[in-house]
Ligand binder design. Sequence first.
Ligand code: COA
Length: 337
Amino acid sequence: MNFAARITGTGSAFPKKRITNNSIVKKMAKLGVESSEKWIFERTGIAERRHSEIGNKAEYNSSLGLIAAQKALEMAGKKPEDIDQIVYATCTGDTILPSTACWLQKKIGALNAWVMDINAACSGFIYGVATVEQFIKTGQTKTALVIGAEKLSVLLNWEDRGSCILFGDGAGAAVVEPVAFDSPSQILSSHMLSDGNLWELLHVPGGGSNLELTPERFAGHEHKAKMNGPELFKVAVRTLTRFAKEELKKNNITVDELDWFILHQANIRIINAVAKRLGVPQEKILLNIERYGNTSSATIPTLLDEAVRDGRIRKGQLLLLDAFGAGLTFGSMLLRW
Ligand code: COA
């Protein structure tokens, strides 16, 4: 291997509209579904999330991805024509065909790039960075763009109070470039694993090629997300903890040496349970779940972007990324900024 890879730019974008717990409690009440602001905040840590305005082209998945990508390119000092690979991680793409990566490529003008979507749900950003890292290491890719962006608001069933409270829309992006293989700032390691046996814990039954949407299936909300929250909660705590421990052990690094622990933002109680098991102090954990909820593949890149821009993440610091998502998919990554 001639090169290592590092993230040289980050960006993020969210829809304008704030959806407070109070507003979703009212929305559910109209459908005869009971909930409360207090329950939602105490059981999830979410106070509000952003949902794209229906039909607003400026808040399409790829439009949010575009803003995030432009910011990341600006930080990295790169132009769209410099990009030679784009990986767009999403499970709520603009269209089934073409890929959202193609929409983004057209919008940003990255005409020297080959592009693709990956659907690894909430682990998507880590899967995306790990993918481009391999092309960078062999010298095939010089400038890669990885996006994690979602418009999860379209998958919400407002009659299902256990899931509709959790999700929001947003986009995060990162530019990834080669550095010398012995550079101190680089992606140190990553670990991905998936378990399709656990598909049922979070899935959308209809709308794919197996269950074409009929008016009956539409009325039965089969195009909306179905989730087994309590079971997912247990798997998440167990697996996020295991992945974090393995990632640190592989690199001979202790929790004390870590500067930032960047966990997928699914539920504050999952984050706290994992942190407690690992012994990570609260001040080393990046959070944005209170403001944005679970934005799936966008949680990790938006957290990164916020903390890079406000100066919390600084050169030389050690970061551990850790995620799980529908599939189920799991992924962790250790990097020195
Ligand atoms: N408002 C009020 N009550 C609610 C509610 C809501 N929005 N949602 C569920 N409840 C009720 C349940 O019906 C249940 O009532 P019961 O005891 O009368 O049956 C009670 O609260 C406890 O439900 P439970 O599902 O056990 O709650 P929980 O503490 O596990 O919280 C989740 C539910 C969904 C918030 C939690 O399980 C979770 O976050 N799981 C992980 C989901 C996840 O990570 N998804 C994304 C993966 S990337």
